[in-house]
Design a protein around this ligand. Sequence first.
Ligand code: GLC
Length: 769
Amino acid sequence: MSSQSIEFEDKNQQITLHNDDNTLQLTILEPDIIQVFQDHNKSKNSYAIEGNKQEKVEYQVVKKDHYIEVTTSALCIQVDAALKVDVYDATGNPLIIDYRGERQSINKTVDEAHKKIVRSEGHEVSTLSHKDDTYYEVVKSLDDDEQFYGLGDKTGYLNKRGYEYDNWNYDEPRPHIESFTHLYKSIPVMFGLKNGHPYGLFFDNTYRSHFDMGKESPNYYYYSAVDGNLNYYILGGTSLKAVISNYTYLTGRVPLPQKWMLGYQQSRWGYSMSQERVQEIVDKFAEYHLPLEAIHFDIDYMVGYRVFTWDTDKFKHPKQFLNDLKSKGVRVIPILDPGVKQDDNYDIYQEGLKKGYFAKNPDGSVYINRVWPGKSAFPDFGNPDVRTWWGQHCKFLLDTGAAGIWIDMNEPATFDGNMPEEVVMTDEDQQSNLKQLNNVYGHNMARATYDGIKSATGKRPYVITRAAYAGTQKYSTIWTGDNQSLWPHLQMMIPQLSNLGLSGFSFAGTDIGGFSADTTPELLTRWIEAAIFSPLLRNHSALQVRDQEPWVFGEQVLSIYRKYLHLRYHFIPYLYDCFAQETKDGLPVLRPLVLNYDDDANVRNLNDEYMVGDRILVAPIVQQGQTVRSVYLPQGDWLDLWSGVQYGGKNNIIVEAPIDKLPVFIKMNSILPWGQFVEHISEQPDETMTFRLFGNSGSYKHYQDDGVDFEYENGQYNLYQVTVTTDGEASVTLTNNGFAPVYKYIYLELPNKKLTFEYDEKNKKYSVA
Ligand code: GLC
């Protein structure tokens, strides 16, 4: 025990604790959100948290024998004289306990000479030297029964226990495998289940940092950072759902997307090399009756990869062409990279140079590195003026007819070696460098692009980014970067999207079919099946690899692909409802079973199933050659979507899954909306909606708005309550009527009959027609 003494001051929910040498601050934001802060005289700007998140909270601070105890209705925090922090839930269960023992690494370290020998055959010895330049660490005790989730886009499996990760945004072209510690995004939030009790820890520090989730020792896990203030948030909650809600309350939620964004999108590096090729792709979608909402234009549409230009040798009249496509229901999403070509005859470069908007070398000259356009300068997105400038230029693409913007290479990626950490950039109101801002470079670019689109169009912006930090979900959807056409990458999609969802990124997807390497007919088929409920649904591939449009492998793949796209469109109203709900509770659309069933030990390591909201369970085939698999169904009864067969939960069942079958189960007694199949999602309001009852009774809340702009924020939306009681009584009620027009007819499909409800304008009521 420490011989130090501990004192505190308590002022407006901020408790400052001192021992003889140090100070630690606890700030109570909510009963179950508490910030732990130690000032190291570093920037206090948060990129993740915007606005005041503090509410008035009842709490007590009491000095006990050897510690100070802070209690809210949800958490009890004890800080001892060594400033060690222990957190318990309201019933006294330990959640987060500082580790007080000796570090005992399982790893044996070897000297430099031996490392050199290992390297001589080409083997790698740790890419990041986090262990050598740690500035501070936070070490917490680990229980035998403790699992970890979250951490954003990391590779590997759902449960992160036993692995280590780094937070340093990085363009990783090699096949992403489970031993990689970091990819494009840094989302330093982790969620734990300690003996079944949930909690979260969010480390809001943009510097390079490291998570060891019990790899070094089975007795502790730790977070370390190379710089920055000690700044983390304790997240409590009575369920994992409540903890995730708290995290997304803090860092923000995915705003409601436009409805079409939930439809199918096709992409490939190379399409936009010619207008004819783009037209051919769009025509084929129509010819094969495949729905298509958007086609993405990769870097080829620009003049020599110069951002904010459009190559009119390739596209004679881009505006007219984009308008033509739009009139057929197909939108265009062009890409922008941060690198601005170093070219004295190029206005964007000149402008950026003149205004001092590019990142600089410590000697004040503009920092140059090579990317697609050749030697390029990099906008200093941490400067609010640069963000406005960039956002205003986005208008050029929107005026040409773009429906959104894809932003890439914003880790930032560079071809001639990594950008040095000393490169000078702006941290909002102060000078800083890449060392602090690498992990938020993509975040700030996403924010600039979002704001630019929003002010130019007034519509809900569509931005898709590769790099991100905690909180980027407020500005952009994401994809998981350059995966490959490999079965392990299809397998990884499920845990990766699940953990991204838990980490706030509800709107996410993978490159369907795989980006690099050649796909196979079977892999493409299983990928579209497995991804069909993925919030972002985009097939994308690299230049040079084998084509992977739905029709290239012949009739069988085409018809299965079409069947699943049709299924997706039937579920679009459900997905849209999930997003409307997500804006309120911050829970992901695609989620691991552990989120819905956190008290079921059987789902804590489940890597090959996922849920969509609370009612749909998906168990894809993600192994080459497999046509039968075991499916774990949690508590409750479940109905096979295809056969209607009912299964009891808390059970493993064996299901047949020939090449055209994706096993999907609906929770017994659910009502789900069943959208009409369309080849392009219309901006005109639907006149009817169908709901299907799965089971004998159920109740469902459905959301409707114009699917395009922000008027819903002013109450312009409708809510419908659809109910079938256990006595078989069916009703439809409009519970909020802020949007015109409401559905004229609502169809309700019961197991043995179909009811039609008609809207009575005068009484504002639905009744059976
Ligand atoms: C990066 C992107 C990829 C894109 C390519 C060319 O590799 O991740 O999606 O196609 O750059 O722009």
